[in-house]
Design a protein around this ligand. Structure first.
Ligand code: ADP
Length: 192
């Protein structure tokens, strides 16, 4: 079973592309959702996070994302320590999930793939790319957020130019029909 890593900056359309793969019958694992779920539900992970970030890491039993973000975005070491708790748990969970899937390949969607070693565990990688201004407009429409906040999140991610060098496939997601055609051709190439 091959693993295809799918990534892209915020607003590039990686969730949209993931849905097109799902429509083709490909099993898709959304790593960020699973990480959140494990941080909320896995007792051992909860304990480790509370030891690292304090009891305020959870509020009314739920992950206190605003509090965690306010710590780790200002403290690189804490961010690395948090990742060292969450990433191996997600990797284990992904491997168990993968064993239950059918097909030639599965897609693993992750916001961060090239910035860490995630891409090395993939047989193929796909980068979803779109012009910066289009991405900003999409996220403004989708989320209750500001341009400044989006730009700050974008500045925490690698630029597409850096990621393109490592990606096996690049999907330019501007016109949706055209995006679907690009997904179909990648699907044919990977399946054969
Ligand atoms: P990401 O997961 O990369 O942050 P999404 O797939 O959620 O991006 O896309 C961001 C927003 O833009 C969503 O509301 C989505 O429906 C919309 N969108 C994505 N691709 C297109 C496109 N090609 N044309 C129009 N809207 C799009």
């Amino acid at each position: 079973m091959k693993v295809v890593g799918l990534t892209g900056g915020i607003g590039s359309g990686k969730s949209t592309v993931a849905k097109i793969f799902e429509q083709l019958g490909v099993a898709v694992y959304i790593a960020d959702d699973e990480a959140k779920r494990l941080m909320n539900e896995d007792e051992s992970i909860r304990k480790q996070i509370i030891t690292l970030l304090g009891p305020k890491a959870y509020k009314e039993g739920k992950l206190n994302r605003a509090h965690i973000a306010s710590i780790v975005f200002n403290d690189k070491i804490k961010l690395e320590q948090l990742n060292a708790i969450v990433h191996p748990a997600v990797a284990t969970n992904f491997n168990l999930w993968k064993k239950e899937q059918k097909g030639d390949y599965v897609v693993k969607e992750a916001a961060i793939l090239f910035e860490n070693d995630g891409y090395k565990q993939c047989d193929y990688t796909i980068l979803v790319s779109a012009p910066l201004e289009i991405r900003i407009q999409r996220v403004l429409k989708r989320d209750n957020t500001t341009r400044e906040d989006i730009l700050s999140r974008i500045s925490n991610q690698w630029e597409d130019a850096q990621k393109i060098l490592l990606a096996d496939f690049v999907i330019y997601n501007i016109d949706l029909k055209d995006t679907s055609s690009q997904v179909y051709s990648i699907h044919n190439e990977i399946s054969s």
